[in-house]
Design a binder for this molecule. Structure first.
Ligand code: ADP
Ligand code: MG
Length: 561
């Protein structure tokens, strides 16, 4: 028994380790945030599990994290008394990457460290970041509630394999020992570690303790520990007491992101509902934004007790990019995912949070168009799912949309409907748009000729989702949307009497020709008519008002309909 086994890392882990070590070197101090973040998650999980079975505390309900170091041995040690891991947990969590889509994602790596370090931001770093500063990492752990003999000792040099063996562990929870690289010995230093804890982990919910600094000449280590962080959950503090930096660090802790968020909204609601929410808009899309199984949702707390990650019920799917915390005083501590699914309190909170996210985006768009543009570039296509999913907020969502347009002629989607309306011609009643498979095709469509001639702006929609989305948007600000390739084009007051007369005369004059063309095309067209849509091209195809558009047809065909 007690055999030591050597196992290989999953290929993806090897790739990730390589990437991390080589591209995150200038960011190396983030390892501490990641490890403390994991320790804090483990304490949260234990507290949650102990709601049902408080024997899991094993007589020690005092949840805390300890950080220690040894300058001579060049080690840093982080210990938590959280949930801990079984042998199977360890192999799973510290030997593989569970996120689906990881392999495809890692294929994009170019070997160019600068570019790749940006990519890793989309992925999140986590436990493996320990190897940025350590050339050997040991993990000692025991799952709460299991016997002392079921302790596990894991060890790796981060070079492709790890060893695992059974060990006796009196204390539940996890201890991580980092054997620092020579170049990272600056971290085996009390002052340095304290400042990093303050910087990155001040407002996690649990105390991080360090040995008291020994005073005087004798450099004997003190046996007394003191708390070095603030240890109050950030969202429980009043807004006025929180610095932007603290909001940003907290975001990184909960979102597993290492870039700053674009913006956030922190609100305490009292009255009929009683909850606090802290919602963030990330600056960058995660690699699995379009993966259906990708985790999404908020971190749910009930009366400050962590209940679950990825509580999906508090936001609609089209706002899945939002990250954050919801702490409710109305829900029960026994709440489960099933209960969340049809709970009226959750429904009300969801309605309110949806508004919050939409509002925070409107505010960003007004206050900082450049940042909003960045948001749009990352998450615009997700927001475009909104009009279909959330009928009640259609108008609000529409106000947040950005389009390419004949006004700029560029493919960048940066024209809002308000911009468009501000430039409408006198007498123009509708908002005109064109859809196409790609931007260039849409932009050079003959349907745009008459608009160009009359100086009327047309929105150019060429994302896959656009035509589908427009099926759910009828009007904005009282103005109807009109697909320029659809039905009888009515240019409203912009069309002069003369234009109309000209069209009628031409139809009369070429009656025979129209008949002949119709006959020749037989049942492939419904109607052939004279138009003033065109100025240069001789003819174009038009879709009936109530028929499916060309793009939509393709989507349906692809879906086997
Ligand atoms: P993430 O925190 O995003 O899940 P990490 O790479 O940081 O990813 O950690 C991987 C997993 O390892 C965690 O989800 C958790 O299950 C486990 N783990 C890491 N550190 C600890 C710890 N201190 N105590 C218990 N489990 C841990
Ligand atoms: Mg983590």
């Amino acid at each position: 028994e007690a055999q030591k086994e050597t196992l290989g890392f999953q290929t993806e882990v090897k790739q990730l380790l390589h990437l991390m070590i080589h591209s995150l070197y200038s960011n190396k101090e983030i390892f501490l945030r990641e490890l403390i973040s994991n320790a804090s998650d483990a304490e949260d999980k234990l507290r949650f599990a102990a709601l049902k079975d408080d024997s899991l505390y094993e007589g020690d309900p005092d949840l805390k994290i300890r950080l220690d170091f040894d300058e001579k041995a060049n080690t840093v040690t982080l210990t938590d008394n959280g949930i801990g891991m079984t042998r199977d947990d360890v192999i799973q969590n510290l030997g593989t990457i569970a996120k689906s889509g990881t392999a495809e994602f890692l294929k994009q790596l170019s070997g160019d460290e600068k570019k790749d370090s940006k990519l890793i931001g989309q992925f999140g770093v986590g436990f493996y970041s320990a190897f940025i500063v350590a050339d050997r990492v040991e993990v000692f752990t025991r799952r709460a509630g299991t016997p002392a003999e079921e302790g596990v000792h894991w060890e790796s040099k981060g070079d492709g394999e790890f060893t695992i063996e059974q060990t006796n562990r009196e204390n539940r929870g996890t201890q991580i020992v980092l054997h620092l690289k020579k170049e990272a010995k600056e971290f085996a230093n009390g002052w340095k570690l304290r400042s990093l804890v303050k910087k990155y982990s001040d407002h996690i919910s649990f105390p991080v303790e360090m040995r008291k600094e020994a005073d005087g000449e004798d450099k004997e280590k003190s046996d007394e520990f003191e708390t070095v962080n603030d240890a109050t959950a950030l969202w429980t503090l009043p807004r006025t007491e929180i610095k932007d930096e603290e909001y940003k660090e907290f975001y990184k802790h909960i979102a597993h992101d290492f870039e700053d968020p674009l913006t956030w909204s922190h609100n305490k609601v009292e009255g009929k509902l009683d909850y606090t929410s802290l919602l963030y808009i990330p600056a960058r899309a995660p690699f699995d934004l379009y993966n259906r199984e990708a985790p999404r949702g908020l971190k749910l707390y009930v009366q400050r007790v962590f209940i679950m990650d990825d509580a999906e019920q508090f936001l609609p799917l089209y706002l899945r990019f939002a990250k954050g915390v919801i702490d409710s005083n109305d829900l029960s501590l026994n709440v489960s995912r099933e209960i969340l699914q049809n709970d009226s309190t959750v429904e009300s909170i969801r309605t309110a949070l949806t508004k919050r996210v939409l509002d925070v985006l409107s505010k960003l768009a007004k206050k900082d168009p450049e940042q909003y543009q960045k948001f749009w570039g990352e998450f615009g296509t997700v927001l475009k799912e909104g009009p279909a999913e959330d009928f009640g907020n259609r108008e609000k969502i529409a106000g947040l949309l950005r389009f390419a347009s004949t006004h700029t002629g560029e493919r960048t989607q940066n024209v809002s409907l308000d911009d468009y309306i501000g430039r409408m011609k006198e007498g123009q009643k509708k908002i005109y748009y064109i859809t196409g498979d790609n931007f260039s095709a849409a932009k050079s469509s003959p349907h745009l000729e008459v608009f160009r001639k009359k100086g009327i702006e047309v929105l150019i929609l060429s994302d896959r989702i656009d035509e589908w989305m427009m099926g759910y948007l009828n009007e904005y600000d009282g103005k109807q949307f009109q697909d320029v390739a659809r039905g009888d084009l009515d240019l409203g007051e912009v069309e002069t009497e003369e234009d109309k007369k000209h069209k009628e005369e031409a139809a009369e004059e070429h009656k025979d020709l129209l008949e002949r063309i119709k006959k020749a095309l037989d049942d492939r067209v419904q109607e052939v008519r004279v138009t003033n849509r065109l100025t240069d091209s001789p003819a174009c195809l038009v879709v009936g008002d109530f028929d499916m558009g060309a793009q939509m047809k393709k989507i349906m065909e692809a879906a086997g309909q």
